[in-house]
Design a protein around this ligand. Sequence first.
Ligand code: SF4
Length: 388
Amino acid sequence: CGQCAAYCPTGALTFRNDVEKVYKALKEGKYVIGMIAPAVRSAIQEEFDLGDDYVTAGRLVSILKMVGFKKVFDVSFAADLVAYEEAHEFLERIEKGEKLPLFTSCCPAWVKFAEQFYPEYLSHISSVKSPQQALGTVIKKYYAKEIGVRLEDICLVSIMPCTAKKFEAEREEHAGIVDVVLTTRELALFIKSTGINIKTVEPMPFDRPYGLSSQGGISFGKVGGVLGSVVSVIESKGIVKNVTQQQLEKFVALTTVELNDGRKIYGIAVSGLGNTKKVIEKIKNEELKADIVEVMACSYGCIGGGGQPYPNDSRVREHRAKLHKAIVGTDVLISPTENYHMLELYNKYFEKPLSHEAHETLHTTYRHRKRVTETEIDILPLPLEEDE
Ligand code: SF4
């Protein structure tokens, strides 16, 4: 992740290149399925001097299809799914008044950090899987059967802004789901090796059904996106009177949701693990009220992920944040609740949020881990930016 080497809780700061695994799968004639994370489409342009290209995701779909990928899906679809399920989990906890604040779970560097440093909060972390793992499970559990392809013939390639996602895919709870994780930089390397000119490629839409997403889903690529999507699902219930936002510090924002009955829900969005530590301490000391906390380990969120192109400093991240916001704005669906293919998944398999089947497929568990020492992880002195 985008944390400094001494702080990195993921052990992810090792050089790893998994491009060869994709070549191998294609060569072996596997049914290769790609899925692209929201933040990749706002940064990979930098590797190709593409400028502020709004249709990069579509170009990536075309290129992957040209080299032999059978399907290319959008992880933003799964972000809608995660926001929908997590909003219901949050409302249930609010109703019961337990395990609050709820912490979001889509950033594996944060999850591992909590497992090591805040085990007392593990039951507070949403049990909903990250979008990568949720979509991976849906593809392997349902989609493979729908298209009649054996699991051993599928190679599922996840393209992420993040080195910690490699670790997440290798967690034992997620075994056999995602086969290869490529970072944005690795994908750029892969594209360069094909000789295809990304600038002249005609964009193609993502494959359906898991290619549809809302603005909420794509906004997962930047800090505040998860909280915003969860709030928009809650708003769709008709129980919200007013929503206000306030920037408390550079990387800490507060969203206040006033319900029709006068109750208020406080949501915090924080990025950077150093900032997260400060927020948790303030919540513990009751200096900060919070019912839900979105945590992203990299400052600015996934657009600043450790797998994104270099340089990856604040100036670049700020630019990506603006581009990402503009790309989000091009989507015609606003809220995850408008994603009809996501709702179809509920009709077909889950029946309703938090059902037994939804739990089996979309939820996971965490465990207390011992703290990692520098001698246990292979740390290389990368020029990464520290928390600001
Ligand atoms: Fe990965 Fe995003 Fe978390 Fe950074 S913020 S570690 S890119 S999931």
